[in-house]
Design a protein around this ligand. Sequence first.
Ligand code: NAI
Ligand code: MG
Length: 356
Amino acid sequence: MNAHNIAVIPGDGIGTEVTPEGVLALKAAAQRFDIDLTFEEFNFASCDYYLAHGQMLPDDWKATLSRFDAIFFGAVGLPDKVPDHVSLWGSLLQFRREFDQYINLRPCKLMPGIKSPLADRQPGDIDFYVVRENTEGEYSSIGGKIFEGTERETVMQETVMTRTGVDRVLKYAFELAKKRPRGKLTSATKSNGISITMPYWDERVKAMHAFYPEIDVDQFHIDILTANFVLHPDWFDVVVASNLFGDILSDLGPACTGTIGVAPSANINPEGAFPSLFEPVHGSAPDIAGQGIANPIGQIWCGAMMLDHLGHEEAGKAMLDAIEAVLAKADPNVLTPDLKGQGTTRDLAQAIIEAI
Ligand code: NAI
Ligand code: MG
């Protein structure tokens, strides 16, 4: 499988500035490794599309995007034009659900030349993945409210863990750990306080571990785990968590590695029944949009994750190596202002493309 169709959705704000650079970087890697990538760009899932059509997506979006092997996404949201819950629920969250992207994957890696907010941490000290369950768990819509406005007012929302849902995210995490040199997996739990679903999660971790005896497994309750992300980030390799815990860890992890402009993420349907979606962690950054100074690294790193996912691990690694090489040079004329340089989006992207 050497040919892939990629849907490109720039979205809003700096999304429209960084996705073209990400595509150029992907083209450079594709050329070097002889991969046949075809790109098609779409203007939906943006606030301008919403203002013109009254909805974020065309009615036939699912059929349209199903034809693609992956979605290369920028960022969505312009809160001055469209409320964030409308733009986000009407686009990204639809993709995640309808395409059963049950893995949310975020690398947390301290890159050369970037200062960690954690004192004295060097590249190499922080290099792990957070694997978040992306479809069930604490984020269910089962529940309700009764006796509203009275003394008996009662609200409830249920956590839903299915064996299928838990096992598939654990399996993905173990497989990822197997590919990593350290081969270590950490499970986020809270079975001391949440006494039904979390012991079940722990039980499934044990059951899955039996299939991967070579993986070194430990577990922490979520409270001390967040502390250890800050105190001992070097302890972690692959961290697997339920939807809520994973949500927290997947913001905390990248935050420990410096600027938001470099962090990528992936929403994955591992079986490939549907396209997976690759997007930087950052949003549309309306405060700097239109100035051509957004850091393109998060978007380019997403491209590396996408190639990796499509089976081109060497090409993905070459893109990441190029990013690291450019960051290590620390040329202030190339680095964007968020990295304390005076370079533009184009300057930084071009340097990475040349390195690829
Ligand atoms: P944001 O990530 O867009 O911006 C936060 C801060 O980081 C801003 O000061 C921005 O200038 C800076 N920043 C972000 N990316 C950068 C980059 N590549 N280079 C340099 N600086 C960068 O988050 P914010 O301001 O909370 O949200 C803005 C809009 O983006 C909202 O509509 C929000 O809903 C949306 N959003 C969308 C996401 C997505 O599409 N997945 C994720 C997060 C926010
Ligand atoms: Mg979050």
